[in-house]
Design a protein around this ligand. Sequence first.
Ligand code: NAD
Length: 421
Amino acid sequence: MAIQQAPRVINPWHVAQQQFDRAAALLELDPGLREVLREPRREFKIHFPVKMDDGSVRVFTGYRVHHNLTRGPAKGGIRYHQDVNLDEVKALAMWMTWKCAVVGIPFGGAKGGVAVDPKQLSKRELEGLTRRFTTELAVVIGPEKDIPAPDVNTNAQVMAWMMDTYSMHAGYTVPGVVTGKPVSLGGSEGRAEATGRGTVYCLEDALRHMGEDLAGQRVVVQGFGNVGGTAARLLHEAGARVIAVSDVTGGIHAPEGLDIKAVSRWMSEHGYVSGFPGAHTVSNAELLELDCDVLIPAALENQITAQNAPRIKARILAEAANGPTTPDADDILTARGVFLIPDILCNAGGVSVSYFEWVQDLNRDHWTESVVNAKLREIMDRSFGEVLVMSEREACDMRTAAYLLAVDRVASATALRGLYP
Ligand code: NAD
């Protein structure tokens, strides 16, 4: 009788620690400092009640983790997803620390989330959950100490409710407590597109390094939400051939290229990309292995593992999602010569424009979209260049190079501040 093996569950926190350990060993980091940076500074877990539309009360579990606050206030998104758990939030918080350091933004790393499938809630229930969660978080968040932002299944509306709830408690409007707000409430121009746009800037930098450009590149995007949907649209507009996209329900593939504007219209009418006329249906697993030049995972963690890495056909892997690739898959891809743009660099456009939003809020200022995009371009180009130089100098892959830069920056800042008391 054939024995079916259960799929191995990959813990993102173990992945994050493994990635850090590799960099710490290469940097020959002081053992004490290594211990400090290997763990989060604070882990906050909340069980909170929400009144449902039928009058019943449900208790939800939420988290906020501060990984490291050495270089500035804590910064990181809020995720609503049924699989959110403490280890995932810890991993995402640690990745935020390195991301802010790699692009030179003066923030520390944080992340938060609630274990909930928001699609099962009414809009009123979602608002109630957000407002009560924000109230519980009020002891740890604030414009000077921890500034949340959108992540998977949260958006500008959720940020507006968070800002309003925090402001109601303060007694005055505090726009700087969250970023990713609607522009009419102190949000930044360009923030909604920033993560996808930053991914495209990195991709252009990578192609320039290879002596190529975007025109005609065959691109596959996993996840058609804020990040993946924006990246696909911008790439399509820039002349790349987006041949496949997907959402949680599955993907669509058209080797001659998809009309991304038409796919977006289909998505808003139907709620998913499947069934788009003229495209073949593919599963998310098949999509990752399609013949293409560029693969952009823009959904969740652990999509590219040792199991499927040998079959990935892309020449460039641009990690718009956080943690899409496991360390053993990294080794396989590097050996196969795939050019990797690591998540802590590739998707840093989001936190960069979040930083611009925070600065504008604190200064009661408002920049134009062209100013925002020009500043974003400058940050992404400079950071990509620094990581590339490091990878050439140390003869290592781009993830290792990004970690060497980021961990060294955080470690140096920690050493300069000294140990209190
Ligand atoms: P989103 O909720 O807007 O979109 C997520 C997309 O992924 C949706 O299309 C959803 O259907 C799809 N998806 C969900 N589960 C999936 C699965 N199991 N398989 C395939 N597709 C799946 O979220 P987002 O803000 O676009 O975030 C996507 C990724 O980008 C996450 O890893 C997030 O942490 C990362 N990220 C987001 C930002 C930001 O500014 N929003 C910034 C940096 C990094």
